[in-house]
Design a protein around this ligand. Structure first.
Ligand code: R5P
Length: 284
């Protein structure tokens, strides 16, 4: 077995390589002056089961995904397991308006070509799993996040919108704390309005859980509202920390503790999904 790590997934790939005791293959990724991707595999993969780890965000990663698979396929490999820790485009999981694509579906279809199996983590919509044309598996990171949340002994768990209620409920069961859900209205790509309902959070440590943080608009607004209501401490955990633009600065103002998994590698990736990926590879 060999692991091929996409250039942005080295932390996770190295952790997986150590846990599974499988070497990382020597690869080369660079960009031509015009921005096009260059990929090269520097070792023979004949007769190997290959695990390829690559996100589909941002868009450049999608090109690297297809080029790397073509490079792998020139060898007589036994199998290719594609690990997509963060499956981008999942939020466009339906045609919201006439004339739009179902981006998640078309991506799932094309990413399935040339691989034998797909493993991903917390899809924005679990139904996407049915759109891959090869056996596919979704790892859920809530239990891993729960262990980290527990360190801060939160009094209450908040779902920032209806979409995360099931996640907050699961966290509530795992760490035995009550949960509530806010309602969110999106104003634009970076701004939202939050409706809390009648709650008392004064002097409390509040845990907020979400599947992803992108611009930070959702969490910054929710934390702001909670702090204005007297919350003592805000602890935020998410699965996928995209943290686009100045999201981290924006969150720093009101969030006391912020963490994510290593599906997307950044300075907040303190929870690893490597063990779960290893178990899924071994059991599938
Ligand atoms: C929404 O459905 C998701 O669960 C996240 O709440 C959302 O994508 C976060 O985006 P942002 O950080 O840009 O508010």
């Amino acid at each position: 077995m060999k692991i091929i790590s996409g250039p942005k997934s080295l932390m996770l790939s190295t952790r997986l390589s150590e846990i599974m005791d499988i070497p990382l293959a020597h690869t080369e990724y660079k960009r031509f002056p015009d921005g096009e991707a260059y990929v090269r595999i520097h070792e023979n993969l004949d007769k190997e089961d290959v695990i390829f780890i690559q996100n589909t965000h941002p868009d450049q990663n999608i090109i690297e995904y297809f080029l790397t698979l073509d490079a792998i396929r020139q060898y007589n490999v036994k199998s290719i397991t594609s690990v997509i820790p963060y499956f981008g485009y999942a939020r466009q999981d339906k045609r919201f308006n006439e004339g739009e694509p179902v981006s998640a579906k078309t991506l799932a279809k094309h990413l399935s070509m040339d691989v034998d199996k797909i493993i991903t983590v917390n899809l924005h919509n679990p139904e996407i799993l049915n759109w891959f044309s090869v056996p596919s598996y979704e790892i859920r990171a809530e239990k891993l996040l729960a262990k980290y949340f527990e360190k801060f002994n939160p009094d209450i768990i908040v779902s920032p919108d209806k979409g995360s209620v099931e996640r907050a409920k699961l966290l509530s069961e795992l760490i035995n704390r009550p949960y509530i859900s806010f309602e969110k209205r999106r104003l634009d790509a970076e701004h939202v309005e939050i409706y809390t309902g009648d709650i008392d959070v004064s002097n409390k440590t509040v845990a907020i859980i979400d599947d992803m943080i992108s611009t930070g608009g959702t969490i910054a607004t929710a934390s702001n509202v909670l702090k204005n209501m007297g919350a003592a401490k805000i602890v935020v955990g998410c699965v996928h920390g995209l943290f686009v633009g100045n999201a981290l600065n924006r969150l720093q103002a009101t969030v006391d503790v912020l963490f994510s998994t290593d599906t997307i590698e950044n300075e907040k990736s303190v929870v690893t999904v490597a063990d779960e990926i290893s178990k899924t590879i071994r059991n599938s």
